[in-house]
Design a protein around this ligand. Structure first.
Ligand code: GTP
Length: 542
C-alpha cells in the first residue's frame, strides 16, 4: 500500500474508534444531564466532559458538535461561577445536552475534505544547484570554484528573469554591489513567491537600507564585500536545513488516547518521531528516555493541570530548552495567558487541522533544534565543541559495538597553521578553519559526527566505516582542501593542507577505549612524515 493510502486507512481506524467513543460519551452526558438538579458533582463532571469533546470533536471532523459542546461548556461554567442563576439555566442546559446526538447526523456535511499532508522536503543525498547572478567576472569565477569544491553544482545567469524562469535551481546568489544597482527592484525579485528558492544577496551597502531591501525580496542571507565565502557557504547549508540530528522528537501528553493517537499519526506521517503519554506519573522517566524536542501538553487532565506538569518539566535545567505547547479547547485569552505565565510557550486551540498542527510543531521543533544546536556548537565553525564530540565518540562506539559494525575516528589538523596566521592575519586564518569545517560537513555523510577538537584540530566520527573506506574518503577531502584558494587583500591567493590520523574499531577484536589516542598518534606520524597526508593507526584494533 502507498504511504499516503496507509495514512488514510490508519486515520479511518482512529476516526471509527472515536465515533464509537462519541456514542458512549453522549450517553454519559445524557445521564449527567438528568442528574443536574440533584447531584452537584454532576455539573462539574459535565463541564469537564464537554470541554474535552469541544477539543476533540472538531479534530475528528465533527465541527458542529465541537462548537456546540464549547458553547454548552461555557454555560455550565457560568452556572458553576454563579450558582444563584442555576435553576432555569440547568433545565435548558439539560435539554440541549439531550439533543446533542442530532448534531452527529450533520457529521457527514461537516467533514472537511481530507487534506494532503505537506511533508517537509528531504534533501539528503541530492547535489544542490546554485544559480548565480554576478556581473563581476572575477568574483563569479571565485564563487564557481569555491562553491564547486564544496560539492555544489553552479550555473550563471545574466538576468533576473532568466534566473527566476528556471526550475532547477535550489538557491540563488545575487550580487547587487555595482554602484547604482537596481537589480532587486526588478519585478522578477519583487514578485518572488513563498516557494521561491532561498536567495542570498551580496551588497556593497553595509547598512540598514541595504538589508531592508534584501528582506523585502525575501532574502535569507546578506553579505558585504569582500565576501567571506566559507561564511556564505555556511548560510547556504543552513538554508538547505542540512543540520544533523534525525527526525524531530515530539512527546504528546494527553489522557485522551484517541486524540493523541491521531495527532501522533499526523506528525509521524510527516517524518517526526512521536511518543504519547497518558499517565503523567511517568512524565519524568519519559522525558529522560525519549528526550523530546517539543512537548504537546493537554491543558486539563484528571487530577493534574497542564501548567502543573509544565512546571514540573521546567524544574529540571536539562529541559529548559524544550518548548511546551498546550493543546487545549480553552479559548479564554485570560486563562491562556495565566497558563503561559506559569510555564509553557504556546497554545494550540483544539480543534486544529492536520496541516496547522504539523506547521506549528514543525516550526517549534526546528527553532528548538537550532537553539540547542547553536549552544552545543562552536561559534566559528558550527561544529560540535570539544566535550560534545568526545561524547559522540562514546555514543557511536556503544552503538557500533551493539550493532557489531565498524567505527572509524579521524583526527585532522591544518598544517603549519601558525604561519598562515603570521603571514595573512588571524581573520584569514579563521576563514581557513571555517572552509575546512564546511568542506568536511559537505563531504561526509549526515550520520557522521564532526567536532572542532581544538584551535585548528578537528575530529570526525564515521560510523559503519572501515579503515580503508575512511582512508579514501578523507584522502579525497584532503585533495579538495589543498586545491582551495584563499584570497587576501595582500595579493596572491594562498593554499593550505591538512594531515590526519585515523583509527578503527571492528568486532570481534573490539577496543574503543583508545580510539582518540590512537588517531592522535597516527596524526603525529602524518605530521612527522611530511604533512598533507593521512596515516592509519597501527594497532591490533582492526
Ligand atoms: N586564526 C586562528 N588561529 C588559531 C585559532 N585557534 C588556534 N589558532 C592558531 O593555530 C596555531 C597552531 O599552531 P601549532 O599548533 O604550532 O601548529 P601548526 O603551525 O599548525 O603546525 P603543525 O600542526 O605542526 O603543522 C597557533 O598559532 C594558534 O594561535 C583560531 O580560532 N583562529
Amino acid at each position: 500500500m502507498h504511504e499516503s493510502e496507509q495514512l488514510v486507512a490508519q486515520l479511518a481506524v482512529l476516526e471509527e474508534r472515536f465515533r464509537q467513543r462519541l456514542n458512549d460519551e453522549l450517553d454519559v452526558l445524557k445521564q449527567l444531564a438528568d442528574q443536574l438538579r440533584d447531584n452537584p458533582v454532576a455539573l462539574k463532571d459535565l463541564r469537564d466532559r464537554l470541554h474535552k469533546l469541544a477539543g476533540s470533536s472538531g479534530t475528528f471532523g465533527y465541527a458542529a458538535l465541537g462548537e456546540r459542546c464549547r458553547e454548552l461548556e461555557q454555560r455550565a461554567q457560568a452556572v458553576l461561577d454563579d450558582p444563584q442563576s442555576a435553576s432555569q439555566t440547568l433545565d435548558t442546559l439539560a435539554e440541549a445536552i439531550r439533543h446533542l446526538n442530532l448534531l452527529l447526523q450533520r457529521h457527514q456535511d461537516d467533514r472537511a475534505e481530507p487534506k494532503r499532508l505537506e511533508t517537509p522536503a528531504s534533501d539528503e543525498g541530492a547535489q544542490q544547484h546554485i544559480g548565480l547572478l554576478v556581473q563581476d567576472a572575477a568574483m563569479r569565477e571565485q564563487l564557481e570554484r569555491t562553491l564547486g569544491s564544496f560539492g555544489y553544482q553552479i550555473s550563471s545567469f545574466d538576468s533576473p528573469a532568466a534566473l527566476h524562469k528556471t526550475d532547477i535551481i535550489d538557491a540563488m546568489i545575487v550580487d547587487t554591489s555595482p554602484p547604482g544597482s537596481t537589480l532587486l527592484e526588478d519585478p522578477a525579485f519583487r514578485q518572488r513567491g513563498a516557494q521561491a528558492p532561498p536567495l542570498l544577496v551580496i551588497s556593497s551597502q553595509d547598512n540598514f537600507t541595504g538589508r531592508l531591501q534584501a528582506v523585502r525580496v525575501g532574502a535569507s542571507g546578506f553579505f558585504t564585500k569582500p565576501v567571506d565565502l566559507p561564511l556564505l557557504e555556511s548560510r547556504l547549508e543552513r538554508c538547505f536545513n542540512t543540520f544533523q540530528g534525525g527526525p524531530f522528537r515530539v512527546l504528546i501528553v494527553d489522557d485522551d488516547t484517541e486524540l493523541s493517537a491521531r495527532y501522533a499519526l499526523v506528525l509521524s506521517s510527516a517524518g517526526m518521531l512521536v511518543d504519547t503519554l497518558s499517565d503523567p506519573h511517568k512524565l519524568l522517566s519519559k522525558m529522560d528516555s525519549f528526550s523530546p524536542e517539543v512537548v504537546l501538553m493537554d491543558l486539563s487532565m484528571p487530577d493534574y493541570s497542564g501548567p502543573e506538569l509544565a512546571q514540573v518539566i521546567r524544574l529540571n535545567d536539562d529541559w529548559l530548552r524544550v518548548p511546551i505547547v498546550y493543546l487545549s479547547a480553552e479559548t479564554n485569552a485570560e486563562r491562556q495567558m495565566s497558563a503561559l505565565l506559569k510555564a509553557g510557550d504556546d497554545f494550540i486551540t483544539k480543534p486544529i487541522s492536520d496541516s496547522a498542527l504539523l506547521t506549528t510543531v514543525y516550526a517549534r521543533a526546528q527553532r528548538a533544534r537550532m537553539v540547542s544546536d547553536a549552544l552545543a556548537r562552536d561559534s566559528l565553525t558550527g561544529l560540535l565543541k570539544h566535550a560534545d564530540i568526545k561524547e559522540q565518540v562514546e555514543i557511536e562506539a556503544e552503538r557500533a559495538l551493539r550493532t557489531r559494525s565498524p567505527l572509524t575516528v579521524a583526527m585532522i589538523d591544518i598544517d603549519r597553521f601558525k604561519s598562515v596566521n603570521d603571514q595573512y592575519g588571524h581573520a584569514n586564518g579563521d576563514s581557513v578553519i571555517r572552509a575546512l569545517s564546511n568542506l568536511l560537513r559537505q563531504r561526509l555523510r549526515k550520520v557522521d559526527r564532526l567536532g572542532r577538537y581544538g584551535g585548528e584540530e578537528f575530529v570526525a566520527v564515521l560510523p559503519g566505516c572501515n579503515r580503508e573506506d575512511a582512508f579514501s574518503i578523507l584522502d579525497s577531502i584532503r585533495e579538495a582542501f589543498s586545491a582551495l584558494e584563499f584570497s587576501t587583500d595582500k595579493g596572491k591567493p594562498f593554499n593550505c593542507t591538512f594531515s590526519a590520523g585515523i583509527s578503527t574499531c571492528m568486532a570481534p577484536d573490539w577496543n574503543n577505549s583508545t580510539l582518540l589516542e590512537d588517531a592522535d598518534r597516527a596524526l603525529y606520524q602524518a605530521k612527522e612524515s611530511g604533512r598533507n597526508r593521512i596515516c592509519k593507526a597501527e594497532v591490533g584494533n582492526d
